[in-house]
Design a protein around this ligand. Structure first.
Ligand SMILES: NC(=O)c1ccc[n+]([C@@H]2O[C@H](COP(=O)([O-])OP(=O)(O)OC[C@H]3O[C@@H](n4cnc5c(N)ncnc54)[C@H](OP(=O)(O)O)[C@@H]3O)[C@@H](O)[C@H]2O)c1
Length: 274
């Protein structure tokens, strides 16, 4: 699996999203995805499925060190002691001694960022996370986080798909050598019906979903699509043997529109995206 490298981390370009996958179905999908060649699994404290993600990982028979495991701490646990407790709880549920990447799930304006980032850096220094990073951070928050961090921040996981222009946040991440991981890369499934993506896909014998992932990958962006269907797990990883032309990349970028953002968490004082 090809990967994006950032501040010492090597993040496989396609991962499995697990939001809303629960119980035995979640464990089974994780196991199957790993058997099909996935090497990057995205979970979170908030998804309430870390136990099943760990089960799927062990059932797959794939060596622990060959899989890039990501989890996230929910903003209500960003006070330093709470953050440490949440990270340890996640490891207990996953039955792992560390994760490859621990993220702050959303900004929390109620707790000073310096305190949360300080605690996150200590968690890394203590060996509970091999890498640390953030998610849904704006340009201003990225700059602030970088200023106070004593360990490298390797990624910002953001909503990214053809219907949303994320160029400003991407530029800020690149300045600090942070990887971008695209959550909601299919716009929650909507991308499959887009006529432009379908037409470009047909020209390559591919689906609209595959065009989406390839468009991200050719910008050096990793993607973590979720699917509960095996045939789609296979489809979503089969993107390494075709290439979009420059004019196709540009045409897809033009699909961005006002109101294209789908995920906006209404935590009090949520970031002002504009
Ligand atoms: N950091 C954050 O705040 C944050 C926020 C949102 C999401 N995430 C992460 O990002 C992951 C992905 O986002 P998401 O799950 O919201 O949405 P998504 O991956 O954009 O879309 C998932 C939907 O697309 C369908 N789908 C998957 N593959 C397909 C294909 N090849 N063709 C057509 N439809 C397909 C799935 O249905 P089937 O199951 O029927 O295939 C599902 O309904 C999450 O699972 C989570 O891990 C993170």
């Amino acid at each position: 699996m090809q990967a994006v490298e950032a501040n010492g981390a090597r993040i496989p370009l396609i991962g499995l999203g697990t939001w809303e996958l629960r119980g035995r179905a979640c464990a089974r999908i994780v196991e199957q995805a790993l058997r099909l060649g996935y090497r990057h699994i995205d979970t979170a404290e908030m998804y309430d499925n870390e136990r099943e993600v760990g089960e799927g990982l062990r059932a797959s028979g794939i060596k622990r060190d060959d899989v890039f495991v990501v989890t996230k701490v929910w903003p209500s646990h960003f006070a330093p002691r709470e953050l440490e407790r949440a990270a340890k709880n996640s490891l207990v549920k996953l039955r792992l001694t560390d994760v490859d990447l621990l993220l702050l799930h959303w900004p929390n304006p109620e707790i000073p960022l310096a305190e949360t980032i300080g605690a996150l850096c200590r968690i890394k220094a203590a060996g509970l996370a091999r890498n640390i990073g953030v998610s849904n951070f704006t340009v201003a928050l990225i700059e602030e986080a970088i200023r106070v961090a004593t360990e490298p921040l390797v990624c910002n996981q953001i909503e990214m798909h053809p219907f949303l222009d994320q160029s400003k946040v991407i530029a800020a991440c690149r300045t600090h050598h942070m990887a971008i991981v695209a959550h909601t890369p299919l716009a929650g499934g909507r991308a499959k019906n887009d006529p432009v993506l379908i037409r470009i896909g047909k020209a390559h014998g591919r689906t609209a979903a595959q065009v989406c992932f390839r468009w991200l990958m050719q910008q050096g962006v990793a993607a973590i699509p979720r699917s509960s269907r095996i045939e789609r797990l296979e489809e979503n990883i089969a993107i390494f043997d075709f290439e979009l032309a420059g004019d196709e990349m540009a045409e897809i970028a033009k699909l961005a529109r006002t109101g294209g953002r789908l995920v906006d968490y209404a935590y009090s004082g949520a970031p002002n995206w504009d």
